[in-house]
Design a binder for this molecule. Sequence first.
Ligand code: ADP
Length: 485
Amino acid sequence: MTDQQVVDQAPHQLFIDGEWVDAENGATFEVRDPATGRVLCEVADGSPADGMRALEAAVAAQPEMAASTPRQRSDWLMAAYDLLHERIDDLALLMTLEMGKPLAEAKGEITYASEFLRHFAGEALRISGDYQVAPAGGARFLITRQPVGPSLLITPWNFPMAMGTRKIAPAIAAGCTSVIKPAHQTPLSMLAFVDILREVGVPVGAVNAVTAMDAGGVMEPMIRSGLARKLSFTGSTKVGKILLEQCADKVLRTSMELGGNAPFIVFDDADLDAAVEGAILAKMRNMGEACTAANRIYVHESVIEEFGDRLARKMGEMRVGPGTEEGVQVGPLIDEAAQEKVVSLVDDAVSRGASVLTGGSAPDGDGYFYLPTVLAGVPTDARMATEEIFGPVAPLTPFSTEEEALTKANDTEFGLVSYVYTTNLDRALRMAEGLESGMVGLNQGVVSNPAAPFGGVKESGLGREGGSIGIEEFLEVKYVGIALP
Ligand code: ADP
């Protein structure tokens, strides 16, 4: 299929109560290709009333969903897994067109997204309970788990499909209905996935999708209605805080995957080849547009020059261009604002004394590209030391002692992931215990794995996604006290 055929074939409407429908007022918004700025298509711009209709459909479907068997829910997820793989080429092209990442990375994301389906297809079968004798006797405790209920799922644009399956799969596995709201920049991948759920026979109303430009205007009435019991959000810390306040009103269960400011620490005893490879992965996956991206790279002063040279050489060789082109490794950033932010962060660091080892600018021409960039001697008062860069920029800062590295790494309100490269086991364990983050990559530059608990501490979030814990986020514990005199 051609690019346009792939776009035209994807749903462009709202999915409410088992049907694809226009927004009630017929409104639409444009979806653009970030590699060219070209409009790909128009998508339904849901209103607050559309959002409420979707939530009401989810509420109506909740009893049927809760009554479905674990085996049935598992089978829906596995059928969706199979269809994702059958259609991976077209879906990857769709994702690249709306989001910009190179085709190989889009395929990688769809595989990653599909693994949440397979993982939670297993977890659906293992929702367990307990039976216990009261300590003083005379009673028994029966402990069970039930679906939380209708859930609101809000996802960002950087992983248009995986951030959705990471929520929808455990929701379905647990027997929860949902309304998903993908980001307006990248709605198509999620709408295509929701259509796959329809195809595999997930009950009418069990999964609904609402796209909208005014995310806040559409979500707030749903959150405050009291009809939903749960909100799972992936996005910025700023919006996460607003949503937590709104959820307080009706005491919704919340899962929050928020921003990061990951330190990447390279000790003098590290395998430098592995550290350079890991840094490229941690920095350049998704053009640096990931909450897990290495945002501050601390390298021991005795190896920083060599590390910087090697990293700059490799990053400087990476091919930048539209993600649809063969061999491209670095696609465009999501939009003009993202590109401008990276430009201003780099200019700020350079004005404070950082030096450019490679890159350092946006190339001329269409699209929101930025060159892979390595900066040396980035001072701790540079804006990029505290702000998420969300672009292909690796800032290097030297350190001399382990204690200094740990202190610098923890000097942030974020705590999603940290990366450490060392061959010293004692040091590795000390660092793994001392780092204030929900995840640590030890001699590896990527931590995301559907079978592992993903999530942060401090202002990086609440709760975990994936792993055996991921389904708990969509389950309530119920205890039944039984008299047995
Ligand atoms: P980013 O800066 O990466 O776009 P956001 O936190 O702004 O991150 O967006 C993540 C998701 O949250 C998107 O789906 C977006 O539409 C949605 N969103 C943004 N603002 C709000 C809000 N006030 N209420 C609910 N959802 C929002």
